[in-house]
Write a protein that binds this ligand. Structure first.
Ligand SMILES: NC(=O)c1ccc[n+]([C@@H]2O[C@H](COP(=O)([O-])OP(=O)(O)OC[C@H]3O[C@@H](n4cnc5c(N)ncnc54)[C@H](O)[C@@H]3O)[C@@H](O)[C@H]2O)c1
Length: 272
């Protein structure tokens, strides 16, 4: 699917992978990008992209991706000014890491991972991305229905592409019971939407990045990264956000690519 002249919605766009995807899409000639983030740094990021692109391509939207009204407003606003959004990459994500079960050394009692934290991670990392993508599919479906179009035909151009951000943690990672569950959950959602959304001409895929050099990973600390991450990667370094953004654009552009792409720098975790 062509990227040039399309309208894109990227969440988590103020930082890391989301920001890198926006830079890459702008360089590839996308018409407009809704840059969505709860951090108002997203304004600075959009200004920078517009300056570099030499045109008003990036539009910042500040808000919480779990808020349904905000989601609808972003889609209304970006499509009113630029046309229907046809690329959606929901990157906003959080970690709330802790062991699933841990013995409290003082009381001898087992402490179970906080259910509130689990629900928060599910809201942000699983439910929100799936709904941002379903919102794009819904708007494309409505547009086609209004033209009297039914099942998509290959003679028609592809109508849209969504790429979810999974993680190598979807295969299990100590201390990430909530995060890993959401990332594995995205696989089921994407596989289902892949089967349903092609009726409207929309493709879905999942990229599973390995440890990427973003604030989310830097928050683990240099020592942790050195001891627990780098030794298990073939590259011996963190992945660059631009490398993930490049792989995401490849998945969008190449319609023969379906399913899941592992961009993990040869991550081979040690057994437990
Ligand atoms: N960095 C990695 O190694 C790595 C690996 C695999 C997958 N991922 C995934 O890639 C995505 C991006 O991660 P990153 O490393 O760039 O992290 P990051 O922390 O640099 O960026 C995440 C952005 O999401 C925003 N955000 C979080 N919750 C939000 C919400 N509810 N509403 C709006 N904005 C919100 C934050 O403000 C932040 O700007 C996440 O889904 C993450 O799980 C990251």
């Amino acid at each position: 699917m062509e990227i040039e002249n399309r309208v894109a919605i990227i969440t988590g766009a103020a930082s890391g992978i989301g920001h890198a995807v926006c830079l890459e899409l702008a360089a590839k000639g996308v018409k407009a990008i809704a840059m969505v983030d709860m951090n108002d740094e997203v304004k600075v990021a959009a200004d920078q992209i517009n300056r570099e692109a030499g045109r008003e391509v990036a539009v910042p939207y500040i808000g919480d991706t779990t808020n349904e009204k905000f989601r609808a407003n972003v889609f209304d606003s970006i499509s009113r000014d630029n046309g229907t959004a046809r690329i959606c990459v929901p990157c906003a994500g959080i970690t709330r890491d802790a062991l699933a079960v841990k013995i409290n050394k003082e009381t001898g009692k087992a402490e179970i991972y906080s259910v509130d934290k689990f629900r928060q991670v599910i809201e942000v990392n699983l439910i929100a991305p799936v709904y941002w993508v379903m919102e794009m599919i819904a708007r494309i479906a409505e547009e086609r229905a209004q033209k009297g179009m039914k099942k998509w035909h290959p003679d028609e151009r592809l109508q849209g592409t969504a790429i979810f951000i999974g993680s190598i943690s979807s295969q299990g990672n100590k201390g990430q019971v909530s995060y890993a569950s959401t990332k594995a959950g995205l696989e089921g959602a994407a596989a289902t939407l892949t089967k349903e959304a092609i009726f409207h001409g929309v493709r879905c895929g999942v990229i599973h990045p390995g440890f990427t050099d973003t604030p989310m990973v830097r928050a683990l600390g240099e020592e942790y990264i050195e001891k627990n991450i780098l030794k298990d990667t073939q590259l011996g370094r963190l992945i660059r956000p631009t490398e993930i953004a490049d792989a995401i654009c490849f998945m969008i552009k190449n319609s023969a690519v379906s399913g899941e792409l592992w961009a993990d720098a040869g991550w081979h975790p040690s057994p437990a």
